[in-house]
Ligand binder design. Structure first.
Ligand SMILES: Cc1cc2nc3c(=O)[nH]c(=O)nc-3n(C[C@H](O)[C@H](O)[C@H](O)COP(=O)(O)OP(=O)(O)OC[C@H]3O[C@@H](n4cnc5c(N)ncnc54)[C@H](O)[C@@H]3O)c2cc1C
Length: 597
C-alpha cells in the first residue's frame, strides 16, 4: 500500500511539474507573439539569463536580465517568427532538478521558426508569492526546413549505386567522390581528428561536399603518436562522436590507440572524404569569386590546388609545439624532446629525466618514465590546478549521467550562458577541493604551487581561457608527495649546462633527458602561417574568452568570410559541430550572410 501511495505521489508530482512547465511555455509563446515587452519580461526573474545559439540571432548570444532578454527576443522575433512551442513526448520530461545549488523545474522544449526547427531548455523557480518564473532560457536552431539531416527516416535510398548493374557500385562512387578530379569541395576541413571528423560527418548529413585533409599518414595518428600509456581522462559516455556511439563493451577510459583506430573506422563508416598525408600549405581568399585558393602539399611531394568556399580549421591546439627560450639549453648534453615527440619511457630505464611542465601531459609522461625505472624530476614553472580524474573530474560529467538521451544532455550543456557556467564551475570546484583535500595538501607540503584558477573556477575555465595550466591527476601526485618523482621549482634554476640543470645555489641536478611539456601555439598560428598576417589580424584571437564570455571565434562566423574554427574536447566537438555545420548550410542556401552583413 505504501509503495502504491508513493507511486501515486510521484505521478502527481510529475504531472504538477509538467503542468507548471506547460503553463510557463504557453505564457511565453503568447507574450512573444503579442510583442508586449513588459508581459514578456514578467515571465523572468530579475536576475535571469538567455543563451541563443543561432535560432534568434544567428550567433551564440548570451543576454542577462529580464528586461534585456525581453527586448532582444522581441527585436529578433519579426525575423525569427518563433512559434509552435511544445514539450515534446519521448524526450527528457520536465523534471525537478538541482541546478547551481537550488531546486528548479527544468524543461526541454521544441519550437519552429521561419527557417527551421529549434529546441531549448528553461528553468523555473518560484518567486516569493509562488509565481513560477524563468531564470534560464536557451534557444538553439536544430535544423533547416527542407534540409534536414539525411539520417534515420531521411536516410539516402542508395539507388545511385545499389544493384546498379553495369554501372558504379558504392566503392566506385566513394573513389570518385574522394578523388576530387572533376570538382572542388564546398568545404575544406583542415585536420582529421575529433574536431574535423565531427564537423565533416555533420556536413555530410546536410549534403555539403566536404574534404578533410590530415597531415599524418593515417586518420587516428594524432592519438596513436601520443605517448604509450595515454588513456582518455573523461569517461567514455561523454566522449562519443556524433551519430556513432562507442561500442557498449568498451572500457570507461579509452586507450589512445583504441580511439585512434575508431577515428579511422568512423571516417570510413561516415563516408568522410579524407586525404591523409596532406597538409594545408597556404590559402588565399578570392573576394571576387567568394572562394579560397588553397595549396595542399601531399606526402608524395605533389601539390594540389583546390577552390573551396569555406575552410574549417580543425587543426587542434597541438599543431605547433611551443619551445620556451631556456637559458643554456644549447649547452645541455642530453637529449631534448618536446612532449609531442615523446613515445615511451621504455628506452630510458635507469636514466635521469627532467620534465619541464606540470600540466596533464607532463604528469602522464612523468608516470610513464617512472614506471620504466627512470629517475624523474618535474620542473614547475607556474602554479597548477590539480584535480583527480576520479572522483573529482567526473563531477563535470553529472549532466550526462542523468536519465535521458545523449542528445538531450548535450542540449542542457549547450544551454548554459557564460555567467552561469562560471557559477557552476565555482560550485563544482568547491566540491572537488573537498574530495581532493588530502592530495592537494600533500602537494602543497612538498612546495608544489597549486591554485584553483583566477576566479576559483578551476581547471575547466583554465582550459577555456588558455588551454592548459592544470593536471587531471592519474596518479603522479601521489608519487610526487612520496618523493618517488622529484619536484624542482623553475626559479631555482640558473641555467642548463652539459650535465643537467645548474641551480642558483651552485649545485647541479643531473639529467640525460630534458622533456619539454611546454604546450603548443594556439590555432591561429595556422592562420598566420598559411593565410598571412592580414587575415590573422582580422580574425583576432581564436579560443580564449571574449568580452561576451563566449569562446573567441569558435564554432561561429568569424570576421573573415569563409573561415571557421572548431576544437576542444570530444563533447564540445560533438555539440558544436552541429551548429557550425548548420551555419555553413544556411550560407550555402543564401539564408545567412557573412558576419556584419
Ligand atoms: C592525456 C590526455 C587525455 C585527454 N583526455 C581527453 C578526454 O577524455 N576527452 C576529451 O575530449 N579530450 C581529451 N584530451 C584532449 C584532447 O587531446 C584534445 O582535446 C584533442 O586532441 C583536440 O582534438 P582536435 O581535433 O581539436 O585537435 P587534434 O587532436 O590536435 O587534431 C588536429 C589534427 O589536425 C592535423 N593538422 C594540423 N595542422 C594541419 C595542417 N596544416 N594540415 C593538415 N592537417 C593538420 C593534425 O595532424 C591533427 O591530426 C586529452 C588530452 C590528453 C593529452
Amino acid at each position: 500500500m505504501d509503495d502504491l501511495n508513493q507511486a501515486t505521489r510521484e505521478l502527481h508530482q510529475a504531472w504538477e511539474t509538467r503542468e507548471a512547465a506547460r503553463a510557463w511555455l504557453a505564457a511565453f509563446e503568447a507574450a512573444l507573439a503579442s510583442g508586449d515587452a513588459q508581459c514578456l519580461a514578467a515571465l523572468f526573474h530579475t536576475e535571469s539569463h538567455w543563451r541563443d545559439v543561432l535560432a534568434f540571432t544567428w550567433h551564440m548570444t548570451p543576454v542577462a536580465g529580464a528586461e534585456a532578454i525581453a527586448a532582444r527576443l522581441l527585436a529578433e522575433q519579426p525575423r525569427t517568427q518563433a512559434h509552435g512551442f511544445v514539450l515534446p513526448e519521448g524526450r527528457r520530461a520536465p523534471r525537478r532538478a538541482m541546478r547551481l545549488g537550488s531546486e528548479c523545474i527544468e524543461a526541454l522544449y521544441e519550437f519552429a521558426t521561419a527557417l527551421g526547427r529549434g529546441a531549448g531548455i528553461f528553468r523555473l523557480s518560484p518567486t516569493e508569492d509562488g509565481t513560477m518564473k524563468a531564470w534560464l532560457l536557451s534557444t538553439t536552431l536544430q535544423s533547416l526546413n527542407g534540409h534536414e539531416e539525411r539520417v534515420g527516416p531521411n536516410r539516402p535510398s542508395g539507388s545511385a549505386y545499389s544493384r546498379n548493374f553495369g554501372g558504379d557500385n558504392w566503392v566506385d562512387a566513394r573513389r570518385r567522390a574522394i578523388a576530387y578530379d572533376d570538382r572542388d569541395p564546398t568545404v575544406l576541413v583542415v585536420g582529421g581528428a575529433q574536431a574535423g571528423l565531427a564537423v565533416a560527418a555533420r556536413l555530410n548529413q546536410l549534403g555539403i561536399d566536404t574534404l578533410v585533409v590530415e597531415k599524418w599518414p593515417r586518420i587516428g595518428d594524432s592519438w596513436r603518436k601520443r605517448y604509450h600509456s595515454l588513456a582518455l581522462h573523461n569517461s567514455i559516455h561523454i566522449n562519443h562522436l556524433p551519430y556513432m556511439p562507442f561500442p557498449p563493451s568498451w572500457p570507461t577510459y579509452i586507450p589512445k590507440d583504441m580511439l585512434g583506430n575508431w577515428f579511422e573506422f568512423y571516417a570510413d563508416a561516415m563516408e568522410i572524404n579524407c586525404w591523409t598525408d596532406t597538409e594545408l600549405a597556404s590559402a588565399e581568399w578570392d573576394a571576387t569569386a567568394q572562394r579560397w585558393q588553397v595549396r595542399l602539399k601531399r606526402g608524395d611531394g605533389t601539390e594540389r590546388v583546390l577552390r573551396p568556399r569555406h575552410i574549417v580549421c580543425a587543426n587542434g591546439v597541438s599543431s605547433y609545439p611551443k619551445v620556451p627560450d631556456l637559458p643554456g639549453l644549447g649547452d645541455f648534453g642530453g637529449e631534448v624532446i618536446h612532449s609531442e615527440g615523446f613515445d615511451s619511457g621504455a628506452g630510458w630505464a635507469g636514466k635521469r629525466a627532467l620534465i619541464l611542465g606540470t600540466g596533464s601531459s607532463a604528469n602522464d609522461i612523468a608516470l610513464d618514465l617512472h614506471s620504466f625505472g627512470v629517475h624523474t624530476t618535474m620542473i614547475q614553472r607556474g602554479s597548477t590546478t590539480v584535480v583527480s580524474i576520479n572522483p573529482s573530474a567526473r563531477l563535470n560529467e553529472a549532466v550526462w549521467n542523468e536519465p535521458g538521451s545523449l542528445e538531450d544532455a548535450d542540449l542542457v550543456v549547450a544551454s548554459a550562458p557564460p555567467p552561469l557556467v562560471l557559477r557552476n564551475y565555482r560550485a563544482v570546484v568547491k566540491r572537488m577541493m573537498e574530495l581532493d583535500r588530502e592530495m592537494v595538501e600533500g602537494l602543497k607540503r612538498i612546495g608544489f604551487k597549486h591554485d584553483i584558477g583566477e576566479d576559483e573556477t578551476g581547471h575547466q575555465m583554465k582550459y577555456m581561457r588558455r588551454g592548459g595550466g592544470y593536471n587531471l591527476d592519474a596518479g603522479s601526485s601521489e608519487l610526487l608527495i612520496k618523493g618517488e618523482i622529484g619536484l624542482l621549482q623553475f626559479d631555482r634554476i640558473e641555467r642548463f649546462v652539459a650535465e643537467g640543470a645548474l641551480l642558483k645555489d651552485g649545485s647541479v641536478v643531473p639529467a640525460d633527458l630534458l622533456l619539454l611539456a611546454t604546450g603548443y601555439y594556439p590555432q591561429q598560428e595556422l592562420v598566420r602561417r598559411a593565410m598571412g598576417e592580414a587575415i590573422a589580424e582580422r580574425v583576432g584571437p581564436v579560443w580564449g574568452i571574449g568580452p561576451d564570455g563566449e569562446l573567441n571565434n569558435m564554432y561561429k562566423r568569424t570576421p573573415q568570410q569563409g573561415l571557421w574554427f572548431i576544437a576542444g574536447g570530444l563533447a564540445q566537438c560533438r555539440i558544436n559541430s552541429k551548429y557550425l555545420a548548420l551555419q555553413i548550410k544556411a550560407m550555402e542556401l543564401g539564408q545567412l550572410g557573412p558576419l556584419g552583413s
